[in-house]
Structures are given as structure tokens and as C-alpha cells.
Design a protein around this ligand. Sequence first.
Ligand SMILES: Cc1cc2nc3c(=O)[nH]c(=O)nc-3n(C[C@H](O)[C@H](O)[C@H](O)COP(=O)(O)OP(=O)(O)OC[C@H]3O[C@@H](n4cnc5c(N)ncnc54)[C@H](O)[C@@H]3O)c2cc1C
Length: 400
Amino acid sequence: MSTARAVVVGASHAGAQLVASLRQEGWSGEIVLVGDESVLPYQRPPLSKAYLAGKCSLKELAIRSEDFYAKQDIKRVAATVKEIDRSAAELVLGTGDRLAYDALALCTGAHPRRLRAEGADLDGVHYLRRSSDVERIREDTIPGRNAVIVGGGYIGLETAASLRALGLHVTVLEAADRVLERVSAPEVSTFFTRVHEHEGVDVRNNASVEALVGDRRVQGVVLASGESVPADLVIIGIGIEPSTELAEAAGLVVADGILIDAQARTSDPTIVAAGDCTSQDVPRYGRRIRLESVPSAVEQAKVAAATICERDKVIAALPWFWSDQYDLKLQIAGLNTGYDDVVLSGDPTRDHDFTCYYLRQGELVAADCVNRPRDFMTSKRLLAQRAAVDVAALTAKVAV
Ligand SMILES: Cc1cc2nc3c(=O)[nH]c(=O)nc-3n(C[C@H](O)[C@H](O)[C@H](O)COP(=O)(O)OP(=O)(O)OC[C@H]3O[C@@H](n4cnc5c(N)ncnc54)[C@H](O)[C@@H]3O)c2cc1C
């Protein structure tokens, strides 16, 4: 039994996996998980889905039980880490206490990008990242009220679906000319717009927010066009920013995320990092990427734990992601960056299930699969093989 202490900062998907993996990899010393949310680490994806819709409790979302941490002798500390004192190998906590470490992992995740517009701090204006955010939103979700969602990305659209289920009137304001513009092909955007409009959501593209108006509490959103949209509550979902302040202040290299190598090491090889707070050079994509997904946080955390335990693992899994809206399950395999062709299996203008394959120079780079779990599995296999695919064979082989 070692007396060395491993400290993990940030208690969510990456942090919770990292502490569990440390034990699996044979770390026999102390393990301390420090997080600034006082509840047990919980699954974040259901926040905009089942948890917002009131279909599950926070307890049901726990990643692991209280019992697990006790049995694995993992100490949880509810505190904010204010500083990393690398020369002393100590953390400075919000309370002023210092916590020494022999191994350190940063899993500080991300926080919502703030809307810079007049009135953005009025009552009734919300962001959605933590369970406590959803609890505040739930206080405002009274059937018949007008909810305005700023941002037509996955979280905005999932939130729209959940609020419709709760009986609110929902408007989605998207600044670009289509929803999901940053992440998907126009065909996929058209599909999700059609579904949301069918469900009664007012989807407005090219709708930039100029100001939020109201007397203490928000009453409306004024668009750049001059038009005003009534609002009893506003939820802002315009993306996230990696939480890198600690790492930056400690002098670690940060480039749109704490830069890590294939073994999850930061620019200080004695400190690892994992999850939404990181960015990584990925040869396959020929560029630096920062992923915002649970599978990636979990994969990086496993590798980071192995690195701390001096085992040789590398981050290898292909990116994948999912989004649930109404009765639709979108599963995404790979990353579509730089795609030059799109092949459809199914008709997104009519069907309730289809797959959009993204190709780059004949190679499959990603697939968006809506209610097509088999296509998703096949796509993951094809992506792993990196075999060149001919279009006809792809749709014939993969289509249901
Ligand atoms: C509403 C919503 C829906 C989502 N849906 C999906 C989905 O369908 N599929 C999917 O794959 N992903 C989804 N995601 C993204 C997914 O939740 C993230 O990729 C995942 O949470 C990343 O985990 P993480 O541990 O890296 O970071 P985070 O979950 O951001 O956790 C970081 C933790 O560190 C804490 N922390 C930060 N700084 C400090 C500090 N200085 N001291 C102490 N604690 C600190 C934070 O408070 C937080 O608790 C969704 C996210 C949201 C918000």
C-alpha cells in the first residue's frame, strides 16, 4: 500500500471515470476527487432530456453510487480549486486550505458561453450545464408560458423538445441560416427543423439576438431585425468554453483546451488532463480537436489513469456522440470536418429514420444516423477499418 496521493480536479464524467480507473490500474495510494458541485457526480446528457422533462431524479443520474466511492476508498471533497502550486505540488482550495498531490489530473470540463447582449442578466434567463441550472429552469416551466431558446445546436434542440413535452410554447432562435449548422449537413438540419416545426416549435433562422428586455424579469427578446419575440423564460445554448483558467494560471499550454498528448499528458508530463477541458492533435483528422462528449471524456480519463500508473495506453477510440429529441435517437460516428460529399440512405424530407454519410476523398469520415442503430454500428466499424467505400456499396451495405 503506497502513501502517494492522486488528486483529480473536477468531479463529472471524466473525473469519476478517472478515479475508478486509477484503482483498476492498480493505484494503491490515496485518491481524492475534488469537485465544486456538492452532489454525487452525475450524468450530464439527461439534463436537457429526461431530467428537464421531469422523468427522472438526480439520484437516478448518479454515475456511481456513494457506496462505490466508499468501497474503493476514494475520498470526495466538495471544494473549488483556486490555484495549482506546481513548485510545491499543492492545490490551493477556495477555503484557503492546501492539498498536496503526488499525481494530478485536471478534469475541469467546460462552462456555457455567455450571451453578450443587453438584458442577458435579467431574471428568467438561464444557461444549462449543471443540475442546479435545470432545477432553476424547472421553477419557470409552467405550461402555456413562452420559452425562447437562443441557439439551435444539440442542447438547444433537446431543450426545445423537453419544453414542448412540458406544454410550453417554444421558439428557437438560431443566428446562422440553419440549425445544427456547425455540426451537420444541410439535409440533417432540414430534417430536424421539419420535426421540431411539426411538434409546434417556432424555429427561426438568421435570428440574431440584439437585447433581452423586461423589468427585472425577462419579457421579450429583441432581434437584430427589430422584431420582438415574447418570452417568459429564455434559455441560452450558444456553445461552451473549456474551463482552462487553473491550467493557464499554472503555466500549462492551453490551445482551445488544455493541450494533451496521446497519453493524456499536459505540457507538464507529471500532470494529466481529460474531458471537455482538453484539446489534442489527432493525426487522423490532421488538426487539433476539442471534443465535447461523454465517450471521449471517458476514454481520455481511462488513458490518463493508465498514464499516472505508468502503463502504456493511448487515446485511440473514434469520436462518437448522440442526441435524443422526441422519439428520435441521433447517433453520430466520427467527425465530419472537411467532408466533400454526402450520401443519404433514406429520405430526411419525408422519413423518420435515415443516415447521412460524410465522405472525404472517397473515405467515410462520419455518419449521422437517425433511428438507425444498425447503420451506426456498421459506420463505426467502417470508420475503424478506414477502407475506401464506393457510394453504391455504402448505401446498399448499410441501409436497413
Ligand atoms: C445539457 C447537456 C446535454 C448533453 N448531452 C450530451 C449527449 O447527449 N451526449 C454526449 O456525449 N455528451 C453530451 N453532453 C456533453 C457532456 O455532458 C460532456 O461532454 C461531459 O459532461 C464532459 O465531462 P467532463 O467531466 O469533461 O466535464 P464536465 O461535465 O463539464 O465536468 C467538469 C466538472 O469540474 C468542475 N470544476 C471545474 N473547475 C473546477 C475547479 N476549479 N474546482 C473544482 N471543480 C471544478 C465543474 O463544476 C464540473 O462539475 C451534454 C452536456 C450538457 C450540458
